[in-house]
Ligand binder design. Structure first.
Ligand code: FMN
Length: 396
């Protein structure tokens, strides 16, 4: 997939991650290799494409994470990115000595200190720390590598990092929280923000709000890119695309969907809800009370409020892209949608989630990318070496 995306001149590929096995494993291959380990392999199999892996601030040691991402930055020649998650999945706690899930607020409080520590570790080597003067027998410039001596509520870390500064200085920082707390966190730290938006209007509202928070945090808006998810089902005609969407819909199992939605609501029991009766907001807990994927529950309840779908219809909408925008149409129509969101303040780019792999990645690259290029909106070759170059991000 990475090679296909690189052939399509994508900016990057992104690997999601969860820290516990879902209880719906019987119905699908819901496992994956550990993303950072996978990135090392992909770094040697690709040359230019950016490589983004998910890692948790709640269940990882900052010194280890800083070391891993600096190492991949060296191995990849400056192409690494880190999707910063606080790990909303309640069952993850059990794999890290916890008897109960960490609250939303505590996850973000720990995450904030985590960011302070890892940024200081990546900065612990000055840009010109390495002299490597063999004749003089001096490798590092004295005083150019510093301890960080961090003493905080959650972490005590002496530093310095024992891996030299990476080609990008530090990984590109990606984040995908959309709650109030999540947005403020993104405004302070994120250089790319993934978000789930089921329609253009909510995407525009999110875009405007997030850019305003970035400015309020004293950062420049072009250094915080917003990339909504888009799951394009592409066919030669609209009718064929619609037929494919229906066929995919028939292949989903609503009982698996019910379980997965329950997980997003922190384990809330939806087993009593009939599949074919229109839903109302009262059928759901208030998203403000959700400790798990709070903003995703806001997306779901918002949809129910607007469209009053039956449970079967809601689960079918969530099945393919879990709350991200799903679109079925011709290559022209997919390109039109992307250009419309891009030019109308809803997106700086897109997190492409091909609903069928590898075919929908191949069709997107072969059919949609050339249209975007012909409209002067997509590269015809990689200009830079690093992910920061691809995204147009400054070197820290
Ligand atoms: C595109 C996208 C990808 C995400 N990937 C992951 C992931 O790999 N692992 C994870 O634990 N959470 C992932 N999340 C969830 C977010 O990190 C976050 O927990 C969730 O959006 C809830 O945000 P909130 O806490 O601000 O409400 C992802 C969210 C989005 C929009």
């Amino acid at each position: 997939m990475a090679a296909k995306a690189e052939a399509g001149l994508f900016d990057s590929i992104f690997l999601a991650d969860q820290l516990a096995l879902g209880d719906d494993i019987v119905s699908g291959p819901r496992t994956g290799l550990e993303p950072v380990t996978m990135l090392a392999a992909l770094a040697t199999g690709t040359k230019r494409i950016g490589l983004i892996a998910t890692a948790s601030t709640t269940y990882t040691e900052p010194f280890n994470l800083a070391r891993q991402f600096a190492s991949i930055d060296h191995i990849s020649g400056g192409r690494v990115g880190w999707n910063i998650v606080t790990s909303w999945l309640a069952t993850a706690a059990g794999n890290y000595g916890g008897d109960k899930p960490v609250s939303h607020a505590d996850r973000y409080a720990r995450g904030e200190e985590f960011m302070t520590v890892v940024k200081a570790l990546w900065e612990s080597w000055a840009e010109d720390a390495i002299l490597d003067d063999r004749a003089a027998g001096v490798y590092a410039r004295p005083g150019a590598i510093k301890r960080i001596d961090h003493q905080g509520d959650f972490y005590q870390v002496a530093g310095p990092l024992n891996v030299p500064r990476g080609p990008q200085g530090r990984p590109v920082l990606v984040q995908a929280g959309s709650s109030e707390t999540g947005r403020d966190f993104a405004a302070r730290h994120a250089e790319a923000i993934f978000t789930a938006q089921m329609e253009k209007a909510t995407a525009q509202t999110f875009y405007k709000d997030l850019k305003a928070r970035v400015t309020a945090a004293g950062r420049s808006v072009d250094q915080a890119l917003i990339l909504p998810g888009l799951s394009p089902l592409i066919a030669g005609t609209e009718a064929e695309a619609a037929r494919l969407a229906d066929e995919l819909g028939t292949l989903t199992d609503p009982e698996v969907g019910r379980k997965r939605m329950s997980a997003r609501f922190g384990g809330h029991d939806f087993s009593h809800l009939p599949l074919d009766k229109p839903l109302s907001v009262e059928d759901f807990p208030d998203p403000e009370t959700i400790q798990a994927a709070r903003s995703r529950t806001e997306v779901i309840v918002g949809l129910v409020r607007r469209e009053k779908p039956t449970l079967r219809e809601l689960l079918a909408m969530l099945a393919g892209a879990r709350g991200h925008h799903v679109f079925a149409g011709t290559p022209e129509q997919v390109a039109d949608l992307m250009v419309d969101w891009f030019e109308d303040g809803a997106a700086d780019g897109f997190n492409i989630m091909p609903p069928i792999l590898p075919s929908m990645l191949e069709i997107f690259t072969a059919e949609v990318v050339p249209i975007l290029r012909a409209r002067g909106l997509f590269r015809s070759e990689y200009e830079g070496e690093t992910l920061r170059d691809h995204y147009g991000l400054n070197q820290p």
